[in-house]
Design a protein around this ligand. Structure first.
Ligand code: SF4
Length: 198
């Protein structure tokens, strides 16, 4: 997996604020789409201060090509207001505090901490869930239990494992027609027969 050693998110961002907003927008939406949306969004709202003063309808207009844009716009405004009022405009660094922000659940908080701070935690998204099951690293039925099992099994460098599994799942071990002929982990795969492309 050496080629994935330096794997990072494919979301474009310049600082923690932009990263958090981009991750919130990326729920049920592609990174490619989010990267298009955030160009204009960050031009108009370059930081928490400006976002906290925004009108929700203006945010909606800027992100309306994103899935669930109504909810996401409301959450972004609430999130910015929370950070302004409760954290003096500074995005919290603790997972539990991040999870109190609108639109930020456990997975979003973990992805943020992994990407920005190389936190040694696992975040299980659709790619990590699929890859870990195909490779037999977990047979848990839920995302929460899969996270627990991966954290117990690997213990260290969980951030690198997360980043690698996301990219591996996105481009090689895809949900439909995985590219098994290019897979460097084929000898460890527990499902390669059923997923072998025709
Ligand atoms: S052999 Fe195919 S299904 Fe198995 S891990 Fe590799 S890409 Fe995924």
């Amino acid at each position: 997996m050496a080629k994935y050693d330096k794997a990072k998110t494919e979301l474009n961002y310049k600082n923690g604020y932009e990263l958090l907003v981009a991750i919130v927008l990326s729920a049920q939406c592609t990174d490619k789409r989010v990267n298009i949306i955030t160009v204009k969004l960050f031009e108009k709202y370059p930081d928490i201060i400006s976002l906290s003063k925004a009108k929700v309808d203006d945010i909606k207009q800027l992100i309306d090509s994103c899935s669930f844009f109504n909810n996401k716009a409301n959450n972004l405004l609430t999130m910015a207001t929370q950070i302004k009022e409760q954290y003096n405009y500074s995005i919290p660094k603790r997972q539990k505090e991040l999870e109190t922000l609108a639109g930020v659940g456990e997975k979003t908080a973990c992805v943020y901490l992994i990407e920005l701070y190389d936190a040694n935690i696992m975040a299980v998204d659709t790619h990590v869930f699929r890859v870990s099951h195909r490779l037999g690293l977990s047979y848990a039925k839920t995302v929460a239990q899969t996270k627990i099992e991966l954290e117990k099994k690997f213990e260290t460098d969980l951030n690198k494992l997360h980043q690698a599994m996301v990219l591996f799942g996105r481009y090689i071990c895809k949900a439909v027609k995985p590219d098994c002929d290019r897979c460097i982990l084929v000898e460890f795969c527990k499902s390669k027969k059923s997923f072998k492309p025709s």
